[in-house]
Each structure stands twice: as C-alpha cells, then as structure tokens.
Ligand binder design. Structure first.
Ligand code: ADP
Length: 667
C-alpha cells in the first residue's frame, strides 16, 4: 500500500479521500489555489502545496504543477477525485511518465469512453445495447435532419464531447431541428472546443439508472448494484438513490451483466459507472435500457452505493491502484436497506437556480457522520465562515441518509434537510426537502422530467407566517433572550415590565418593507402588529440559540441567526431572511460598522449610560432614546471604546443624528 498520496482536487471529495487515506494510515498531500488556502481539505491534509491562483485553468487543471507537488512531497500516487483532471487521459499518461500511480483507470480506458460517439460504437460492437441513433462522422445539417427523421421524433441532439448536460437539445418537432442543431453545436464548441454532435432517439419517460462497477488488475470485475438518478434538473442530478425504485432481480442482473461487459470491453480498472437510460413508461424491463456513457471515475453520488453495500469505495480504489485484488466476488455482495443523497447547493431555486455566493456566516447540520457510513451522513467541503466564491462549483454538501426501507429513508431525508441551517448564502435546502416530500417521488414514480413538470410547486415559497417577522424583530431588538444580568440597565435590553412601551422596527423581506410595532405585555410576552396581521407570542424558553415560543396555543421552535445587517430566522424547516436597515438594532448585528451610533428616528435623548473613554462590550446599552411613546435602547455594535458622546440627556435629536462615536477598531 502507498505511504503517501496526493489529492488533485478540492472541496468535499478531497476531504472524503483524505479521510479514508488517514484511516488506512496513508499520509496525504492536498493541493490548493489561492482562493482555497484556508479551505477544509487543506486543513485536513498532512501537507498542502499551492498550485496557483483561483481560476481552475491556473490551478486545479495545471497537471504539471500537480505532478511537481507530488514529486516534491514524495507522494507515490495521485487521486483525481471527480471533475478537473479526473477523466483526462493526457494527465494519466503524464502521471505515469513521472513514475507515479494514477488512482483510476488506465489512460486508454478513459480515452475509449471520452467521446460519446466512439464509445457508443465500441459498446455496440461489444454487444451492449445503445440508444438507437446516429453517431457517425457526417456533420452535414441536411443529412443529420434526415437521420433524425429516420430515428423518429422526439430526438435528442448531444455533443459527443459532452458532459454536465451541456450541448444537449431535445427536439420534438422536425421544424425545430436545424436551429436546435446549431444551438447544440455552438454550445459544444464553447464548452468543449468540439462542435460535433450525435443524434439519439429520445426515450419516453426516461429514467437514469446507472451501475457502479469495480475492476482490479487481476481480471476481476464486479458490479455494486444500481443507483437511480432520475431526479434531474436540466440533465443534472439533484437527488440519487440506491436501489432503484421498482427494480427487479432479473433487470438488475441484466443491467449488472451489461455494465461488466462494458467495463471488460475497455480493459477497465478501478471504480467506474456505466450510465443507462431506461424506459420508465411502464415497469422496468430487461430489454428496456440502453447504454448512455461510462464515467471513468468515482461519482459524486457514490455514497448511496457505499451505504447499501457497507463498503468504502475510496479504500477499494486505493487497494486496486496498489495492485491488490478486489476482496470479494460478485456473489458476496448484498444490498442492505435504502440510501438517498441530496446535493445541497448554494443556489436560489426561486430565481431560476441562480448560483449564489457569500460568506457562510452560520452553518449547522444535524448530528451526522462525515465521509463514512451512518444513518445520516453529511459530506461537506465547507465550514462556517467559509466564502462561497464564483470560482468553483457551489455544492455545499451531500446529505445522505440510509434506512431499512425507501419510505423511511425519504422521511429521514426530509427532516434532515429541514435541520440544515445555513445563513449568509441562499441554498436549495427547502427545494430538496420539498422534493423529498413530493408524492410522485415518494411513490417511486420517477423520471427525468419530474422536476421540470413540478417545478412551480417545488420552488414555491410558503407564505410568510406572521410569527417570523415578529420573532426576527424581537431578535433585532435583542428581546428574544432574557438577560440575567442583575444590572437594571442591562435588563432594559432583556425582559422587563415595559407596560405599554412600544417599539417600531423596520425589516425588509424579499425586497418588501415590513413595518412592525411590538409591545411587551409581560415577561416574555409580546404582541406584534405588521402588515401580515396581529400576532401574540410568548417566549417560554431558549436553548443554544433556539427559542421555544407559543403562538395561537401551539408551541414551536424558532432559530434566529444574526448576520451583518440581517437576521435569518429558521422556522418549521424554512429559512426566512430579513435585512435590518434600522441601525437601532446595533446590538445584534454589525452592519453599522461600529464607529457611529445614529438616531434611528427623531427623539429625545434619555439617560446616558456611557462616557467618552469607557470600554464597552458588544450589546451593552449606550443610551436611551425616547420617540413617539417608544423607548429604544441603543447598544454597542461591537466591543470597543467610546470615543465621544455628542449629545446630552434631554437633547432633541433628528433622524440620523450621530449620537456617539466609537474609537476605530485596532488591527
Ligand atoms: P452528460 O454527459 O452531458 O451528462 P448524458 O449522456 O449522461 O449527458 O445524459 C444526461 C441526461 O440526459 C441523462 O441522465 C438523461 O436524463 C438525459 N438523456 C440522455 N440521453 C437520453 C435519451 N436518449 N433519451 C432521454 N433522455 C436522455
């Protein structure tokens, strides 16, 4: 076995490989771009080498820099992860020429599967069923239109160099063929530098079912059952599961046999996936699936197969690459339970799944294992405080559940997603949870069109419950958590007998301004009025940042998280983001920047709590402002020293008046 390996990747997959290597006693070397100098995978590895600036072409795709890093650190082998250089036969050749081991298939196997047209021709000759279509050399548009007519509409135009759904067009009407072909060729040229396309019959109610295979250098090839990846958006996988709903033993055996045949035909070694398209218009049939392509690497969704087989695929990859035999035969393998994976992304499902960026000001997952088996496994490459940059794929984590049966797995997935709480960026957690609860998905009625058909319902936001802005406003005012500070001034910011005192808070939600009036009726008892209506709330307890409250006779839990200028409130599995344009809530957020305390509205300055030169702590009361029968405690936005107090008790001040200044922060 290797003593030391280098991982030529980033994010969760690099962390995943490092975790297994460490368990096996293998030392690890990470590589990183400048943008990733502080990333999780770098922190986890024994050693790390910088390979260039943020753009992937100048870092993670620089094979010579990666090979140099391996040689410099004495790594004996390179694990490519997925994406980047993982399916680049030239890289494999360079790695081997440098005297290192590539943890993956031989270059010629990658090359054989690299272009979809050549792969299909090869598979056809190996007796593997392929989707009927044209995959020859002729690129004349009129000829191709003739081929499409012969195949029969609907047809799918695919870039032969394609991947990630790029350069793909579904054509239902022959009149649209010419335009679609041009579009696909343009996209293929732009994405892959190769405009050539093939044409396939579009399979009705298509299901994407793939078979995991493993081959060693001793002639053993096995399959590790199937994964159903039919839940896709724009040909990209969203949720994957194993086994496939409705799979029967005869169809599984036929698909497994075919996948092994495909792997053998190209002299495969290591972990690979043979992707099939299956006719989902009825029950699965052993003559109703066709080869689409083979991915010659570890897949993003490999953990669902690990869960149902109890194996560690990275360990197997390392053993095979080191020349060992696979430690089992086909007949030793069994399926245990059901596993589902959801890809948690920084993206805005409501707004067309626009990739999102931002600093993850808060990140909390429910109890889970990471990079290893468990009923709830969350493989994440990011930590709280990390920045999601536009440089890389915005996947935040893979949420994987494993349960005795499919129904329990889906129920578990939905509740786990409800508990993934991330502030600072928009995520698709709610979309994924809605998907996990979708009746068709739960019934196993999956096909690749499900998400598109149901998109509106899946991305619709539930109406804002009136408790949410009320709780956010209380959080902004620092009134959610009672202060146990005996100092009466401190307790002013906590719960006190305010009697008829009333506060006015302005929040913004989804671009709308929300004006709230809050009254405290008793300890922990509040009445809020907003354009959404009147709400009465009683706060009855709190624990590690979560608040238990009663509203309308029902007890629930809310979790407010304050970030710079905003409050994210997690309630009933939904995140509600509010921005707090009102500087009055300085004690709970930092957007004031800290130097000036500004009157949020015209008012009368009440008793002062601080003098110039005082050292104050974040959240500490600085002065009281009375305005329109409301009293507002203005609190310190950060730890620091009061530089000057610009007003005196009894002063009448205008909206926006600077009341007090803090000394600039040092360092
Ligand atoms: P890429 O390499 O770009 O991911 P694939 O060939 O793997 O492209 O296809 C991606 C997805 O497109 C499949 O998972 C499936 O949903 C859909 N698809 C591909 N070929 C067909 C087909 N012939 N009929 C129907 N759907 C297809």
């Amino acid at each position: 076995m290797f003593r030391k390996i280098l991982i030529a990747n980033r994010g969760e997959i690099a962390a995943r490989v490092i975790t297994t290597a460490r368990r096996m006693g293998i030392a690890t070397v990470a590589v990183h771009s400048d943008a990733d100098a502080g990333a999780l995978h770098v922190a986890l590895a024994d050693e790390a080498v910088r390979i260039g600036p943020a753009p992937v072409a100048e870092s993670y795709l620089r094979s010579e820099a990666i090979i140099a890093a391996a040689l410099k650190t004495g790594a004996q082998a390179i694990h490519p992860g997925y994406g980047f250089l993982s399916e680049n036969p030239g890289f494999v050749a360079d790695v081997e020429a440098a005297g290192l081991v590539f943890i993956g298939p031989p270059a010629q196997a990658i090359r054989a599967m690299g272009l979809k047209d050549a792969a299909k021709a090869l598979m056809q000759s190996a007796g593997v069923p392929v989707v009927p279509g044209y995959h020859g050399e002729n690129r004349d548009p009129a000829f191709l239109a003739g081929q499409a007519a012969a195949i029969g509409y609907p047809v799918l135009i695919k870039a032969r160099a394609g991947g990630g759904g790029k350069g793909m067009r579904l054509v239902e009407d022959p009149a649209d063929f010419a335009d679609a072909l041009q579009g696909a060729e343009r996209e293929a040229q732009a994405s892959f530098g190769d405009p050539a396309c093939l044409i396939e019959k579009y399979v009705a109610r298509p299901r994407h079912i793939e078979i995991q295979v493993f081959a060693d250098a001793h002639g053993n090839v096995v399959h590790l059952f199937e994964r159903d990846c039919s839940l896709q958006r724009r040909h990209q996988k969203v949720i994957e599961e194993a086994p496939a709903p409705g799979m029967t033993e005869p169809v599984r055996a036929a698909m497994g046999r075919t996948a092994i045949q495909a792997a053998r035909a190209i002299g495969y070694r290591g972990a690979g996936t043979v992707e099939f398209i299956a006719d989902g218009s009825g029950s699965l049939r052993d003559d109703g699936f066709w080869f689409m392509e083979m991915n010659t690497r570890l897949q993003v969704e490999h953990p669902v197969s690990e869960a149902i087989t109890g194996l560690d695929f990275v360990e197997l990859q390392l053993r095979v690459a080191a020349g060992e035999e696979l430690p089992f035969r086909q007949e030793d393998l069994r399926i245990d339970g059901h596993a589902v994976e959801a890809r948690l992304y920084a993206e805005d499902a409501e707004r067309g799944f626009l990739p999102a960026t931002g600093r993850l000001t808060y990140l909390s997952f429910p109890p889970a294992t990471a990079f290893t088996h468990g009923p709830v496994r969350i493989d994440s490459g990011v930590r709280q405080g990390d920045e999601i940059t536009p440089w890389y794929d915005p996947m935040l984590a893979k949420v994987i559940v494993h349960a005795p049966d499919r129904a329990s797995a889906l129920a578990r997935l939905a509740s786990v997603l409800d508990e993934c709480r991330i502030a600072g960026s928009t995520t698709n957690a709610e979309f994924l949870a809605a998907l996990a609860r979708h009746p068709d998905f739960r019934a196993g009625a999956v096909d690749t069109g499900l998400i598109a058909r149901e998109l509106e319902g899946l991305t619709a936001r539930p109406p804002l419950p009136p408790e949410a802005p009320a709780l956010a406003a209380l959080a902004a005012l620092d009134l959610l958590f009672p202060s146990d500070d005996p100092d009466p001034w401190r307790s002013l910011t906590g719960w006190r007998g305010w009697g008829t005192a009333e506060s006015h808070v302005v929040l913004a939600h989804g671009g709308e301004r929300l004006d709230l009036r809050l009254r405290q009726l008793g300890p922990g008892e509040f009445a809020a009025s907003s354009p959404l209506g009147e709400t009465a709330l009683t706060i009855i307890g709190h624990r590690s940042g979560e608040v238990r409250f009663v509203s309308g006779g029902v007890q629930r839990t809310a979790h407010p998280v304050a970030g710079p200028g905003r409050i994210s409130l997690f309630l009933d599995g939904v995140k509600h983001d509010f921005s707090v344009p009102d500087p009055l809530s300085g004690g709970t957020h930092d957007h004031v920047g800290g130097d000036a305390i500004i009157a949020p509205m015209p008012g009368l300055v009440g008793p002062l709590r601080t003098r110039a030169g005082d050292r104050v702590r974040k959240g500490e009361p600085l002065l009281l402002l009375e305005a329109m029968k409301m009293e507002h405690v203005l609190t310190a936005p950060r730890d620091g020293v009061v530089a000057e107090v610009l007003v005196a008790e009894g002063d009448q001040v205008g909206d926006g008046t600077v009341l007090l200044r803090m000394e600039a922060e040092v360092g």
